[in-house]
Design a protein around this ligand. Structure first.
Ligand code: COI
Length: 331
């Protein structure tokens, strides 16, 4: 079997080597290039393709893969919102993802950022860089005093809940599909409105779907308690950024930690030097003391990267050799 892996970063290479050593029957070619209608031509003659990128995959990529007789595609991450499901279905291409590479990586990062918001770290860092080591006026809030509203109780949301409970915070949760074990603990509220009415922190752990696009919009922010904090390391378009800016301006929202943004691909994972991106909402939010922006890095740990490589390569192999993988995505 021959696998081609697109968008391989230097930090992934040792794990690719390890996987290859454990799978001597598989020939693997790696490239740093992302998968585009131009680079996809390199996949000719291969049996499996893996990729990881923030940019969506063009429909043409799959049309070309199908024309080369390639019927499987394995992403090295969890989100498949960059893939047009109708196109892959029409072409008969099976898609796998890595649904559980390290829920703790993402959950821990969201908690870290919430603590940074509560402790006003950005303001202190800026003050201290100017030689000001005074406490006031950045008096902070305590995590144990918060009511954490967890939206989405999949693998990541559930780890986040455990961590928050360890800090002594009250946690409430909402999910259209409840986890039976969690339900026994009485943590669920019946609606998002109820969660917004009670929470002092709203943290999003849901995928991007038509039903979740802009779930935090003007109406949602208006239903929250004044001074609520927002955490999002899931997908940028879950939040209407213009509505967030208005809610921050009015003080309805006291701060936000954003690891994902609506149009992040022009900024994240690029070195822009001193150039300001042509992205007014980003520039507005980035300049604020009470908004923490990070470049979609919640996933980026040693454990996660290893699992992303190993499990995607194995899924590609399974699809080709067995015609089946337990990582196949049911869109
Ligand atoms: C995902 O796994 O879907 C992420 O958001 C991580 C990112 C590298 C694409």
């Amino acid at each position: 079997m021959k696998i081609i892996a697109f968008g391989i970063r230097d930090d992934e290479k040792p794990f690719v080597d390890q996987w290859c050593q454990a799978n001597p029957g598989v020939e693997v070619k790696i490239t740093q290039e992302l998968l585009t209608p131009e680079t996809v031509t390199q996949a000719q003659g291969f049996d499996g393709v893996t990729a990881l990128q923030l940019n969506p995959y063009a429909d043409e990529v799959f049309e070309k893969l199908a024309s080369y007789g390639i019927k499987n595609f394995s992403v090295r991450n969890v989100g498949v919102d960059g893939i047009n499901p109708q196109v892959v279905a029409k072409l008969g291409i099976k898609v796998t993802n890595v649904p559980v590479y390290s829920p703790a990586a993402i959950a821990e990062f969201t908690v870290t950022q919430l603590l940074n918001l509560l402790r006003r770290t950005k303001e202190y860092d800026r003050k201290m860089a100017q030689g000001d080591f005074r406490w006031a006026p950045q008096i902070s809030r305590e995590l144990n005093q918060q009511v954490i509203g967890v939206v989405g109780t999949g693998h990541i949301g559930r780890v986040a809940i455990q961590i928050y409970q360890g800090f002594g915070a009250k946690v409430i949760a909402y999910d259209a599909f409840r986890n039976p074990e969690l339900e026994k603990t009485g943590i669920y509220v019946d609606s998002l409105d109820e969660l917004y009415a009670q929470a002092t922190v709203v943290t999003l752990h849901v995928p991007l779907l038509d039903s979740t696009h802009h779930m935090l919009d003007q109406a949602a922010f208006a239903k929250m308690r004044p001074g609520t904090l927002i955490v999002n390391a899931s997908r940028g378009p879950l939040i209407d950024e213009e509505a967030l800016i208005a809610a921050l301006d009015s003080g309805q929202i006291a701060g936000a930690a954003l690891d994902v943004m609506e149009v992040e691909t022009q900024v994240f994972n690029h070195d822009l030097g001193n150039r300001k991106p042509d992205y007014p909402a980003f520039n507005n939010l980035f300049a604020r003391d009470n908004v923490l922006i990070s470049p979609h890095r919640a996933f980026y740990t040693d454990v996660a990267v290893r699992n992303m490589v190993f499990e995607s390569f194995q899924a590609s192999r399974d699809l080709f050799e067995k015609g089946y993988s337990d990582k196949e995505v049911k869109f």
